[in-house]
Design a protein around this ligand. Structure first.
Ligand SMILES: Cc1cc2nc3c(=O)[nH]c(=O)nc-3n(C[C@H](O)[C@H](O)[C@H](O)COP(=O)(O)OP(=O)(O)OC[C@H]3O[C@@H](n4cnc5c(N)ncnc54)[C@H](O)[C@@H]3O)c2cc1C
Length: 399
């Protein structure tokens, strides 16, 4: 036993040559076709149509969807590799896919055959864009604190909802929306929430696009639904079980966020090292100064521990070891996002005055990281959750 895990094999990372081939392909795409759009896209707060079309050719939208529904049938580790490589160049763009994958996965896990056929075939091909909507103006971390409602009327539900900080909120075609179908049970507040698949044209309205400090090209919006009729068959899974589906969807997305952070960390590390070899001071390369070397080794330490934790968590997910995965995913998320931040700060320091020049591209990484530390469960919530899950699942104690 390797406390708190059962055996040393629980530390295995299942990356293969196929993942390496995928990494090379995505890196080539990111370097050759994505990079040229980053600066313009961040200013214009959008992704060019051409790029989204190219992503369709590569099958990025349905990477996690089985081939029978037009997807690529790739495993969870492939998503991590892809998100890492896209984020090494443009994190906003990888967030676009993160949400698409979250939607796909929820339909795959809890949708019936008819819902899978109706929705996945289009999202997997990138013909339709998806959003996942739980956060509200007054409830984010407190998932069960949502106030949106869904009232059953004959063979449909009437939804009234207001959702905040919704990625793809103003551009999506399909939305997964959490709403209360029963009032909160004082003893089990989480019960009574249901997830609905809602099509934009049924009445999803954009309240406003939110201007964020980072991930500028990603569309973050507030949306609302007023008396929107949703057919009964568009309930995802079981009525009143939506809290479980939402939380498990965030669990799924969490390690993808860790891999986004690794992409950012990698980009900052490369900038740090390259600059340390180009720039001279006092007739020496910066790389020759010991305090610069310290920043290189501490950054390597941060980068590779993040990678190990993230791909380890991913392997646990792939193997269905959810008890261990939930803890590993929380550790990977707060470690990787904060380690990436430390690397960016070191890279800025090594760049001296150029470190604060926007043209170096480093400040964008910090702005993006602040969002990575926040979405799919804030880092503070991850710290609390990892400890509570540990006490509960490994020590049998509820704290
Ligand atoms: C750019 C962006 C995109 C997003 N995309 C989506 C999306 O597509 N879909 C979606 O549903 N949501 C999305 N979100 C919302 C995101 O998941 C929430 O912002 C996040 O979960 C935090 O919720 P909150 O903003 O309501 O903050 P709050 O929950 O109000 O938290 C505020 C602070 O209090 C702390 N806190 C809260 N509760 C506790 C506690 N029990 N113990 C200790 N500290 C606590 C938090 O850590 C945080 O620091 C997005 C957010 C951003 C910024």
């Amino acid at each position: 036993m390797v406390f708190p895990l059962k055996s040393i094999e629980d530390f295995t990372i299942d990356l293969t040559q196929d993942h390496e081939l995928l990494r090379n392909a995505v890196r080539e795409f990111a370097e050759n076709e994505v990079k040229k759009y980053v600066d313009k896209g961040e200013v214009e707060r959008d992704f060019p149509k051409d790029l989204k079309e190219r992503a369709k050719d590569l099958g990025l939208y349905g990477l996690d969807v089985p081939t029978e529904y037009n997807g690529q049938g790739a495993d969870y580790l492939s998503l991590l590799v892809t998100a890492e490589e896209l984020s090494r160049i443009w994190t906003s763009f990888s967030t676009f896919f993160l949400i698409q994958w979250m939607f796909n996965q929820a339909i795959l896990k809890w949708g019936n055959e008819s819902l899978k056929k109706r929705y996945l075939r289009d999202t997997a091909k990138g013909e339709k864009i998806a959003a996942f909507c739980n956060t509200e103006p007054d409830a984010g971390s407190d998932v069960a604190g949502i106030k949106s409602t869904a009232k059953k009327v004959n063979d449909h539900y009437v939804l009234n909802a207001r959702k905040m900080f919704i990625t793809n909120g103003d551009v999506a075609d399909y939305y997964l929306i959490t709403a209360r179908t029963s009032p909160p049970d004082p003893k089990a507040k989480w019960k009574g929430i249901t997830v609905f698949i809602v099509e934009r044209e049924w009445g999803v309205k954009t309240v406003s696009r939110i201007e964020t400090t980072g991930l500028k090209a990603s569309h973050t919006a507030e949306i609302m639904l007023e008396d929107v009729k949703v057919p009964e068959e568009n309930v995802l899974g079981e009525v009143d079980m939506g809290f479980k589906y939402a939380v498990e969807s965030f669990d799924y997305a969490r390690t993808i966020v860790s891999s986004q952070a690794i992409g950012i960390a990698q980009q900052a590390f490369e900038k740090l090292v390259n600059y340390s070899l180009q720039r001279t001071a006092f007739e020496k390369k910066l790389a020759e100064f010991e305090l610069v070397q310290q920043k290189v080794s501490e950054s390597l330490d941060d980068l590779e521990t993040s990678r190990l934790l993230t791909y380890w968590a991913g392997t646990l997910y792939k193997r269905g070891r959810m008890q261990e995965y939930i803890i590993a995913a929380s550790l990977a998320k707060f470690h990787s996002t904060e380690a990436a931040e430390r690397i960016v700060m070191r890279a800025m320091t090594v760049h001296g005055g150029y470190g604060v020049s926007v043209s170096t591209g480093l400040e964008r990484l910090l702005r993006d990281l602040q969002i990575l530390k926040t979405y799919e469960g804030t880092n503070d919530i991850q710290r609390i959750s990892a400890a509570r899950q540990f006490y509960y699942r490994f020590m049998g104690v509820k704290v």
